[in-house]
Design a protein around this ligand. Sequence first.
Ligand SMILES: Cc1ncc(COP(=O)(O)O)c(C=O)c1O
Length: 400
Amino acid sequence: MDAVQNLEAQCVLQTYRRNPVTLVRGEGVRLFDANGREYLDLLSGIGVASLGHGHPGLAAAIADQARTLLHTSNLFFHPLQGQLAERLVAMSGFDRAFFCNSGAEAIEACLKFARRYWYTLGETRSEIIAFEESFHGRTMGALSVTSDEHYRAPFEPLLGPVRWLPTDDPAAVAAAITRNTAAVIIEPIQGEGGIRPISPALAAAINDACAKTGTLVIADEVQCGLGRTGHAFYAPVIGLRPDLMALGKALGAGVPVGATLINNKVAAKISYGDHGTTYGGNLLACRAALCFLDELNGGLLEHVARTGRHFEQRLRAIAAAQPLVKEVRGIGLMWGLDLTIDAAPVVPAALARNLIVNRTADTVVRLLPPLVITEADIDEALNRLEAALRDVAAKGGPGA
Ligand SMILES: Cc1ncc(COP(=O)(O)O)c(C=O)c1O
């Protein structure tokens, strides 16, 4: 254990089980630890470092903003929040944006706005429909609609009532959504749940039932949104028609930013003072997000679609040759390798080969590289992953 890790062990609340690596610097898709060891990053700090590490344009924009003005609070206007909202609205087809500081906060805003909508209409609807394998964050509201019992149980009672449905049963969705349902919340691709895309049939069932009952649709694109899939957003790809959308992660490219996009039907029911946060949409956050959107709309989206196809081909070739891989799921630069065994040993095996990956949903190796990754870096990274999987297979791996 190095000095950094020792200090944390003494003073930082122990809620994170970290990998025994202290990262001190990054450059593009490469990270460097305190000993100068170089890693290829196939995780981007869980889908956040969308422009890679040490991006010169982002660094310059942040530094310039720090010299100019960082924060005003939402008691005053500043020039950037409206600009960012205008860009997000134009990209998404929503009407308005609310800014906050994380994915979970964006979900909280969605849940509050949905409650407020029904309150304003004078209806007492409060039931929310959420899905098995979902993950929406760790704050009390977001946790209430996160399916993992292990995360939820120690903090109950949570927000309710919440009804859980499977994602592979459109008929069950059609039957469950009634005039008592305030909102349906869904990730168009479940991220923590193991990179599981929602089917167009489920999206259609949600659309139809919500149109009939007036129920609101909340799309959580915190992980899958903003270019990760090679599409600006994934809800339109599967035909889902949300009233509210939560964004985070990639938006600030490393600066903490969350956003809730909202259509006019719901926005019209929100009043001054209904929701707020001191930092939300401050100049630093907006400047970083504007810089990210400049890149995304300046060719990065097409780059993800192109490199994503290469990524997929390489992953499928790995899967064909490696019996530990049961299924390959994903699109663009958002992938999961579902293994026949617990994926936990793959993380240290990859680290030993200077590669950063993540395990989620027990058996899934999750890959969320920086969106700027090149085909050459993909080849190098996936060669290392293939070797790491071979190492795990050779050792037998727990349960293999
Ligand atoms: C789909 C989804 N929603 C919400 C969140 C919560 O975001 P944050 O960790 O920024 O609060 C996450 C985080 O992993 C996520 O993947």
